[in-house]
Design a protein around this ligand. Structure first.
Ligand code: G3P
Ligand code: MG
Length: 233
């Protein structure tokens, strides 16, 4: 089973930072998940929330800030001194420290009102990483459709909170050919995993941080999980 370092080793370092990625590499991670979005000046940054304040200090939305402004923000570090000088990370520098043979899940974050073609900026920024090792995912399936139209070879993971009742019909209507289905562990049943397998897709489940859930999902024979604590299982 693949264990994705969710936002890096986010149980041990501030999530989605270079420190978090380096920590995951040191812990032996073979697969990584990061969240990306666009700044006001169309730079691709690695950050989960749409707004500032939780991981980096500040106010307002990422999309309304220039990269130069974000780079000055101090980290709100709840971990060790080791991470006190982390700066707001851009995708390109994160890609430099992830070993090229790793599996990399890039989750595209974009609010529904986003008018920019975020996929174009993302594609321009991933050239240094082997494309066949990247899985693009998003809760925004419209963006996934657009990015897969730009390049049919890209691997796509459809993110869901709760899976639709008729997954096959949903996928057919979406016009996306996914590589994986990425559901939340919260609502996932063994039946649903069987359905996904029957349709021929991988199942990658988020976010799994306790042993009991891990053991259950292992029994369901899911293909991968996202975890903040790589060393727990
Ligand atoms: O991709 C798995 C997981 O990261 C999705 O949810 O909110 O943690 O980005 P979130
Ligand atoms: Mg994510």
């Amino acid at each position: 089973m693949i264990k994705f370092a969710h936002r890096g080793a986010s149980g041990y370092a501030p999530e989605n930072t270079l420190g978090s990625i380096k920590k995951a590499v040191m812990m032996g991670a073979k697969a990584f998940e990061i969240d990306v979005q666009l700044t006001r000046d169309n730079e691709v940054v690695v950050y989960h929330d749409y707004s500032l304040g939780r991981v980096f200090a500040g106010e307002g939305n990422i999309k309304d800030n220039y990269l130069k402004e974000l780079r000055f923000l101090p980290i709100k570090n709840n971990f060790s001194e080791e991470f006190s000088s982390e700066v707001f990370p851009v995708l390109k520098e994160v890609l430099e420290i992830i070993p090229k043979e790793s599996i990399l899940n890039i989750e595209l974050k974009a609010i529904d009102s986003e008018k920019r073609e975020i996929e174009d900026y993302i594609l321009k920024n991933i050239e240094s990483f082997p494309k066949e090792n990247i899985l693009f995912s998003s809760f925004n399936h419209e963006i996934l459709k657009r990015i897969s139209e730009k390049d049919k070879e890209l691997k796509i993971g459809l993110l869901f909170e709760e899976l639709p009742d008729n997954l096959e019909e949903y996928i057919n209507e979406s016009k996306i050919k996914p590589y994986s289905i990425n559901p939340s562990a919260k609502f996932l049943t063994e039946e649903k995993v069987k359905d996904i397998k029957k349709l021929g897709y991988k199942t990658f489940v988020y976010t799994v941080n306790d042993v009991e859930s891990f053991e259950k999902l292992k029994k369901y024979e899911v293909d991968g999980i996202f975890t903040d604590y790589l060393d727990r299982f």
